[in-house]
Design a protein around this ligand. Structure first.
Ligand code: MN
Length: 456
């Protein structure tokens, strides 16, 4: 039972993709798509499938979306309740099965946003987060959520220096608030922070106590992103052997760029519910990215996540706009460069067959490939552009144009691009939360004096 979960609306259909099915997902041309009825020879291998690795991913994985909770804890991000509802609706429309949408005790506006989403008639399970503190739990219940993500500290470091409690006090509060929430008709996912740096005996005891108190899921958090895939495999093997039956969930951070890889290791180890944030938003370097995890499962393993992947780019852009956090230029899948080609060799390959230099077709996630014309441009991309726009050209004319483009690109000043980088850095510094000047102006409103020493 551990890790397998129950069959949900968006649970995956039976999977065991053949290489050919996987090629369809991965965006390779098939004879059917070409409509010529000729079976295409197999030109690439997919060892994830051929070696049976894809088949190891258990059925029934459901994404737990954190864009509206951990994603909003990205430094400098604050959504209005209306913006939260807008994002929640799109997440629901693409069939995200569950989402944590905030911490109601934070503010009355936060609670209003959570309540609006909980009452928006969405199919997804709506969750809110609470510390093991009565007022937090009551604030969640008052927002009509389906479920509470009830969290406490797992590691002794957090218990001692953050909570200033004993292990016994942590356990007592966790059991007490789990029982209280369940008694009020709300499901509980029990979350321990910093689980991978915690004493295993203690967290096993803590999870088991909360399971006995009525929690139906154990959420295991790599809060500071210190795990690697083999570490994840080992840790969940320990937990599966020792925990009372419960559904397992994994919350991974990206401090070393391993959040998605760790999430894949977690689902392979039997974790049914991995956490994600759109665009990889979240505290510090963020959480496992929604688009990267979903499309790794879909495109690499041929796994049906139940998510409508055709709107992933639209969702990414919506979150980029409403969060105010720009997607990185070469961020996987949703970055500007993810499906852009400039070099002559690559553009040539892609024009002849997109799979040569693209692992999946951009159209699958609702975007287009682009050809950039510059220093590395080759003649085929130029000829294709001319042909596409109805302009006839001899090979000599194409060659002349290619030379002109290269010369132009090499001679052009980089001033423009450099000015953009400088203004971007400056803006990122100035617009994270309130500015230093705004801080002291608000301080005066609170009756404080001006600072006595210069800013460091
Ligand atoms: Mn987190």
């Amino acid at each position: 039972m551990i890790g397998w979960g129950t069959t949900a609306r968006t649970a995956a259909a039976p999977i065991n993709p053949t290489t050919r099915e996987l090629q369809v997902v991965a965006g390779l041309y098939t004879s059917e798509q070409r409509g010529n009825g000729i079976r295409e020879e197999r030109l690439v291998h997919n060892y994830l499938v051929e070696a049976g690795l894809a088949a190891r991913i258990p059925k029934g994985i459901r994404i737990w979306e954190e864009t509206l909770r951990d994603g909003e804890q990205t430094p400098g991000v604050a959504y209005t309740p209306e913006e939260k509802v807008r994002i929640a609706r799109v997440l629901d429309e693409v069939h995200v099965p569950m989402m944590d949408v905030g911490i109601p005790v934070v503010s009355s506006e936060e609670a209003r946003g959570v309540r609006m989403i909980a009452n928006a008639g969405l199919d997804a399970t709506i969750m809110a987060a609470a510390r093991t503190v009565r007022k937090d739990v009551e604030a969640c219940i008052a927002c009509d959520v389906d479920e509470i993500a009830l969290f406490t500290a797992g590691s002794d470091l957090h218990i001692k220096h953050k909570l200033a409690m004993t292990r016994e006090q942590v356990k007592e509060a966790a059991v007490r608030e789990t029982e209280y929430a369940v008694a009020h008709g709300v499901d509980v996912s029990f979350v321990t922070e910093d689980t991978f740096r915690a004493d295993l005996d203690f967290v096993v005891d803590l999870y088991d106590a909360c399971t006995a108190a009525g929690a139906h899921r154990a959420v295991v958090c790599d809060t500071v992103g210190v795990m690697t895939p083999p570490g994840i495999t080992w840790f969940f093997e320990q937990l599966k052997r020792r925990l009372k039956p419960t559904e397992l969930s994994f919350h991974g951070h990206n401090d070393f760029g391993l959040a998605v890889a760790n999430s894949l290791a977690a689902v392979e180890a039997g974790v049914a519910v991995p956490h994600t944030c759109v665009n990889g938003l979240g505290e510090r370097s963020g959480n496992a990215s929604f688009e990267e995890l979903v499309l790794s499962l879909e495109a690499l393993y041929g796994y049906d996540t139940g998510i409508d992947i055709s709107r992933i780019y639209e969702l990414s852009q919506l979150v980029e706009t409403l969060s105010g956090i720009p997607v990185g230029m070469h961020q996987p899948l949703v970055g500007h460069n993810a499906f852009a080609h400039e070099s002559g060799i690559h553009a040539h390959g892609v024009i002849k067959h997109t799979a040569t230099y693209e692992p999946m077709q951009p159209e699958k996630l609702g975007r287009q490939r682009t050809f950039v014309f510059g220093k590395h441009t080759g003649s085929l991309a130029v000829a294709e552009k001319l042909r596409g726009r109805g302009v006839e050209a001899t090979p000599e004319q194409v060659a002349a144009l290619v030379k002109l483009i290269k010369d132009f690109a090499e001679a052009r000043s980089k001033g423009d691009q450099q000015a953009f980088v400088v203004s971007f850095r400056d803006r990122a510094e100035r617009r994270r939360g309130v500015t230093d000047e705004e801080f002291w102006t608000l301080g005066q409103k609170a009756g404080l004096g001006r600072p006595k020493t210069a800013a460091k």
